[in-house]
Design a protein. Structure first.
Length: 603
């Protein structure tokens, strides 16, 4: 009898379990059907449908200002010094004659303090009496008018000195072994669309003359520069489990970054000479809200020069100048001299050059360097530097703050940076794969794998290794078209594969309320003393439902995402957040909440 009761009890449990499973599946299927109605979406299969807009689409033409004011440095100060053909510092006596009094020009060496990435040591002044040989890598020059000692001229010089002894022999041996070089030129906040509209001469030269392949599906993996360049340089996702705790969390590093396994370390180990140069010392990748590096990360490291120049008066009414020279020219010249020296001495090399100050804040100012950038690329090709080098011209993400960001196209291009891949003849066999991959969803993790292929001599038709990092596949070989944002480290907040549906006002209002509830809870947790004002809703400016492609959506793990943009009081901030909802829970904020207007006016 006891056995019969046990059998009946087991049967009853099975019936209840089956009923619960049926109800569970019914809830999932109902939720799925509610949002993925056949009339609401087409059958677009499993492949991400990449957005592809005209860079000068009628909806954003009013945001594009042409021409932008040219850089005017000449009216500030006369060019009182120059380097002669022997790279010796000389006073320009012709220009000096235009001053009433006698001039005294001095030079000061600039050195990096041990273990300090945020200060420089500026040496004593040495009067230039004739042709002065520059002994240091960086120096600043100043001229005063006598007898008043009024400063009439300031500038700086950045020299590409001899290769460090420990790397000199190895770099030549690496070049003789046939190792290829890698040249990375990055522009801050540069989307694919904005590169095409603001730098048309350069884009045409890259794609036509250099036969570069532009990745149409490249999508950022984080909000800011650090969160995107860390994956590109190291294969690690900034702020996630694979990052060492020493690098902090979220989108900003916490301390020194010396232990970051950046690709320049791999190239250095392989014998390459390495170089890292950025132009805006205040917001560089590893120094903004962090300490940078205790030791220089590369053999050539330009940061001390920019720190020293920022301490000078510059005597320039145009903030884009250091004295009579545009700031970007210091960066371009240093890059070109480094590449020229390495090429002339037959040394394997890796360089990462990052231009920031002309494109960080707005989409239009960068257009003033179009001819200069094209000229730089032309000279690199003409000199033979590109004959055995992989060249990457790229952004890090699109513009995050300019007013175009409030448009549909601006939101998309903020997520999709520029990346042009120019291969040397030795890598021509990868061209078909590059062209195919240009039409596929990619991320900076794929860029890392590509560069690592060069570092590790993995350049055959068949890869020796699936990947070097945690995600991503090399752009040199075919990439599956059915990959998802999740597969390659793109957070749902920045995914461009969604199908978007505008939301009714009442639904948008509810999402906005949840977003503000989330933000105010965060403010209260980080400011328990109540010094910060709570955010109040001023207006809902935008709201969409985000749906996956039907080919990859399944009712068992289905969730719907919503994007909502609000303007809040008292700050006037425009805040954009993403919320996720599944069949069992209400919408919850996920990922970054981004401010998409500036904290201040600019220009």
């Amino acid at each position: 009898m006891r056995k019969v009761k046990l059998v009946r009890a087991a049967a009853f449990v099975l019936v209840l379990s089956a009923a619960a499973l049926v109800r569970h599946n019914w809830v999932l299927q109902t939720f799925y059907n509610e949002h993925m109605r056949p009339d609401a979406d087409g059958d677009d299969g499993a492949q991400c449908k990449l957005p592809d807009y005209d860079p000068l689409d009628a909806s954003i033409r009013d945001y594009v200002v042409r021409p932008w004011p040219k850089i005017d440095c000449a009216s500030t100060q006369l060019p009182l010094t120059y380097l002669d053909e022997r790279k010796r510092l000389v006073v320009n006596r012709t220009a000096a004659q235009k001053y009433w009094g006698q001039l005294e020009c001095t030079v000061q060496d600039v050195r990096r303090p041990p273990g300090d990435d945020d200060h420089v040591i500026i040496g004593p002044k040495k009067v230039i009496t004739g042709e002065e040989g520059l002994q240091s890598e960086f120096c600043i020059v100043q001229c005063v008018e006598l007898p008043t000692r009024r400063v009439v001229y300031e500038t700086g010089y950045a020299q590409v000195v001899d290769v460090p002894a420990q790397q000199a022999k190895r770099s030549r041996e690496a070049a003789k072994e046939g190792r290829l070089n890698v040249i990375v030129l990055a522009l801050e906040s540069m989307s694919r669309l904005n590169f095409m509209r603001q730098l048309p001469l350069s884009h045409e030269y890259i794609t036509n003359e250099l036969q570069g392949v532009v990745m149409k599906g490249l999508t950022k993996v984080g909000d800011n520069t650090y969160a995107n360049m860390v994956p590109f340089l190291s294969g690690l996702a900034a702020g996630y489990a694979e990052m060492s705790p020493r690098f902090g969390d979220g989108n900003t590093p916490a301390g020194y970054s010396d232990e970051l396994p950046a690709t320049w370390r791999d190239f250095s180990a392989a014998g390459h000479v390495t170089m890292f140069a950025e132009d805006d010392a205040a917001i560089t990748i590893f120094n903004y809200m962090a300490k940078g590096f205790k030791e220089p990360p590369t053999h050539y490291y330009m940061r001390p020069f920019w720190l020293a120049m920022d301490q000078q008066a510059h005597w320039a009414w145009d903030s884009r100048c250091y004295g009579h020279i545009p700031k970007f020219r210091f960066l371009f010249d240093y890059m070109e001299r480094f590449l020229g020296k390495m090429h002339a001495e037959n040394r394997a090399h890796f360089s990462f050059t990052f231009l920031s100050h002309l494109s960080h804040e707005a989409i239009n100012p960068i257009q003033v360097i179009d001819s200069d950038l094209k000229g730089l690329l032309q000279r690199l090709k003409g000199s033979g530097v590109l004959d055995n080098s992989l060249l990457l011209v790229m952004g890090d993400h699109g513009n995050r703050f300019d007013s175009i960001r409030n448009t549909v196209i601006g939101r998309i291009e903020e997520r999709m940076p520029y990346l042009a891949v120019v291969v040397p003849p030795a890598l021509d066999h990868f061209r078909p794969s590059l062209k195919a991959n240009a039409e596929v969803l990619t991320s900076w993790h794929d860029g890392y794998e590509t560069v690592m292929d060069v570092a590790m001599l993995n350049l055959g038709p068949k890869s020796k290794k699936l990947r070097y990092g945690h995600k991503g596949l090399s752009l040199f070989r075919p990439i599956p078209a059915d990959r998802s944002c999740f597969d390659i480290g793109i957070p749902s907040v920045y995914c461009v594969c969604w199908k978007e549906q505008e939301l009714p006002t009442e639904v948008a209002a509810g999402l906005a309320a949840r977003l503000l509830e989330h933000l105010n809870a965060f403010i209260h947790a980080t400011d328990p003393e109540g010094r910060c004002a709570a955010l109040l809703l001023d207006a809902v400016t935008d709201a969409q439902k985000l749906l996956p492609a039907t080919g990859v959506a399944h009712y068992r793990d289905f969730a719907v995402h919503f994007r909502v943009t609000v303007r809040v009081r008292p700050s006037g901030a425009l805040l954009e957040g993403t919320l996720r909802q599944d069949a069992w829970s209400p919408p919850q904020v996920v990922g970054d909440v981004n401010r998409i207007n500036r904290y201040r006016t600019w220009w």
